[in-house]
Design a protein around this ligand. Structure first.
Ligand code: GTR
Length: 419
């Protein structure tokens, strides 16, 4: 803050110029502050968890802590879900089906629509599947001409001439590289995806639209933000999938990249029907430890995306030292279920090392449940995945989800799912 003094008519005036300083991320390991991680196995009353039964109680306590202080509380769903098949087509030499299904979710006299795009290998028995949001609409993840554009808000994108938050034809197929559906289906896995804006458009609208509009009750510091809303949406898709016999409801893998990786992790914590969670480059507020304050920080994320977390989380902006939890405890909430965290070498903003250390620090919870957690404590080399009950890899390249990432997730699922 800059202070300006000046003299006018013999009176000294003093005022502060509160220029908004640009955020400069720390990428220097030697400047990471000294920090101590809370022990996920230590109860709030100071006692230590020593067995599975103890973990069940501790888990509930930790979940409440993260709901109240970070993501906000997800209201109980008492609404109704109806669905209609919009289209079905044989694809990939008749080896798979591509379906579109529209869900209508209604509560408190209001409704929202989820447009699912589904790829399923033709199989005589129910298949495991990946469930995850896409960033820009179903029409961007495949080139198929008949997939319709989202009708609501989408992010502006100069590359495609999107300046008024409306989807355009030019973006069709623009994100196919993030969704190698043919390769996934060839390995016997299904894919269920939907546009995340169907659930909650990603801008700070005072929680007037998307799913928050179904719950008009007054908000408080612990009310849910958009990440919790996206997690809620994944649970509603699971409600539907359980009615769909093509899919194995005990082999549901929730996956997300970046902000949607944060949502996948919180969904995994909130909904134990999810059998495995994949966090791809989820970074700050996702898998990465906040107390390292490396790359994106709590203050930066709260300023740039004030609608993502609950208001209580803002108390830790520029004050990570006071956080009563850290992100390894979010990972621990997935235990005993398999969890895969992946980083990218150039994605320093998401703090790859902080993501790795978070997996290490979540592992004692897996071990108390008789499972290995992450089997290493030293960060592996590039393209050297490690797979215990927690899996981790770091690959060369930047912030994205690639074929290499997807294939490792399938390798990992093959280890954990009896097939
Ligand atoms: C960035 C944000 C990250 C990450 C990313 C994304 O702008 O700072 O936390 O979520 O967006 O979702 O692509």
């Amino acid at each position: 803050m800059k202070k300006i003094n000046f003299l006018l008519l013999g009176i000294t005036f003093s005022f502060a110029l509160q220029a908004q300083q640009p955020f400069v991320p720390n990428y220097d390991e030697s400047k990471v502050p000294a920090y101590q991680l809370p022990d996920p196995l230590r109860n709030a009353d100071g006692t230590l968890v020593s067995d599975k039964a103890g973990w069940v109680e501790r888990r509930a306590e930790l979940y409440t802590l993260l709901a109240n202080e970070e993501f906000g509380n997800i209201p109980q769903w008492k609404g109704t879900l109806t669905f209609k098949e919009v289209s079905t087509r044989k694809i990939f030499d008749n080896k798979a089906l591509r379906r579109e299904v529209q869900l209508t979710l209604s509560d408190n006299g209001k409704s929202i629509l989820f447009n699912l795009l589904i790829f399923q290998p033709v199989s005589s028995k129910p298949v495991p599947f990946f469930l995850g949001y896409n960033f820009d609409g179903n029409y961007t993840i495949v080139s198929d001409k008949d997939i319709s554009l989202p009708v609501g808000w989408v992010a502006n994108d100069k590359k495609f001439g999107i300046a008024d938050n409306r989807a355009v034809e030019a973006a069709r197929g623009s994100d196919v590289s993030s969704w190698p559906v043919q390769e996934i289906v060839a390995r016997g896995y299904g894919v269920v995806t939907l546009y995340y804006g169907d659930c909650d458009p990603d801008f700070d609208d005072g929680f007037q639209n998307g799913v928050h509009a179904l719950y008009p009750e007054p908000r408080n510091n612990q009310s849910w933000g958009s990440i919790a809303a996206w997690a809620w949406g994944l649970s509603r898709v699971i409600d539907y999938i359980q009615l769909d016999h093509a899919f194995s409801s005990s082999q549901i893998i929730v996956i997300g990249h970046s902000r949607l990786g944060k949502a996948a992790l919180w969904a995994g914590a909130a909904d134990e029907r999810i059998a495995m969670v994949v966090s791809n480059n989820s970074g700050c507020g996702g898998a990465a430890l906040s107390k390292r304050a490396y790359g994106e920080t709590v203050g930066r994320i709260n300023r740039a995306f004030p609608h993502w977390f609950c208001d209580n989380f803002k108390r830790y902006s520029e004050n990570e030292v006071s956080l009563p939890f850290d992100q390894h405890e979010l990972l621990a909430l997935i235990a005993p279920r398999p969890l895969y965290v992946a980083s990218a070498e150039e994605d320093r903003w998401a703090d790859p090392k902080g993501e790795f250390l978070s997996c290490v620090a979540a592992s004692p919870v897996y071990r108390i449940l008789g499972l290995p957690g992450l089997p290493v404590t030293e960060m592996p080399l590039l393209n050297h995945p490690v797979m215990g009950t927690i899996g981790y890899h770091i690959r060369p390249g930047g912030h994205s989800i690639t074929l290499y990432d997807w294939m490792r997730y399938i390798d990992f699922a093959n280890i954990h799912f009896k097939r």
